[in-house]
Design a protein around this ligand. Structure first.
Ligand SMILES: [Zn+2]
Length: 221
């Protein structure tokens, strides 16, 4: 069983057995989430923008967790106290909890100081046979049709806030192209530029028979 928790913005925790994986750990967005209570072994980052790197370094130090990201991000965040696994696009990466693959996202990627952050990514996880696609920040791309054929994702985490990523209408098409039976929206309502109409999203999703779960980070206890 994989236990999926929405922390907020694009941050998720996947718990499998006694281990937890964090993705895009902007945990500061949710004061109710306590990463110290979780046994975090791996942190994944989709791209270098601060709303996705979040508190990765601090958490990696505290939990002795490994930061997994493209080379440019991993090298920038590595220091004596932070373990990293620098990777790039294209192959399955094996872990004791399953495997993951980094895929391209259509977005920019740079650190706050302007340093180049490598290619922006989406990440597909295969944990105990459950395939979870975290789209990162991206526009709609026909790549999703190929992912349906090749990876058959069960759960898709899709940005819907617009301005910097897909909006509601495009995310509905993305859900259909990916073929995931469960879709969880992310990257919306955190700041004014990414306000999304959730009712419209739910309405449009009903048309293609996909289960849409709106997870409320406020509910984390
Ligand atoms: Zn973002």
């Amino acid at each position: 069983m994989v236990d999926l928790k929405y922390i907020g913005h694009s941050a998720f925790e996947f718990k499998t057995g006694d281990k937890s994986i964090l993705v895009d750990p902007l945990v500061s967005v949710n004061p109710k989430y306590d990463y110290k209570a979780a046994n975090i072994t791996d942190i994944f980052i989709t791209h270098a923008h601060s709303d996705h790197v979040g508190q990765a370094q601090e958490i990696a130090k505290e939990k002795k967790a490994t930061i997994n990201a493209v080379v440019e991000i991993a090298n920038k965040l590595a220091d004596k106290k932070v373990k990293t696994r620098p990777v790039n696009l294209g192959s399955w990466l094996n872990y004791d909890w399953g495997r993951a693959i980094f895929l391209p996202a259509y977005h920019s990627s740079s650190f706050e100081d302007g340093t180049y952050g490598g290619i922006a990514t989406s990440i597909l996880f295969d944990i105990e046979g459950v395939r979870i696609f975290h789209a990162g920040d991206t526009c709609l791309t026909p790549d999703f049709k190929a992912y349906k054929e090749i990876y058959r994702p069960n759960i898709a985490l899709l940005p819907i806030g617009g301005t910097y990523t897909m909006d509601v209408e495009h995310a509905v098409v993305a859900a259909e192209w990916l073929g995931a039976k469960t879709v969880i929206p992310m990257h919306y309502n955190t700041f004014p530029e990414i306000q999304a109409d959730l009712n419209k999203f739910l309405q449009l999703m009903q048309v293609n028979n996909t289960k849409c779960c709106i997870l409320n980070p406020e509910e984390i206890k």
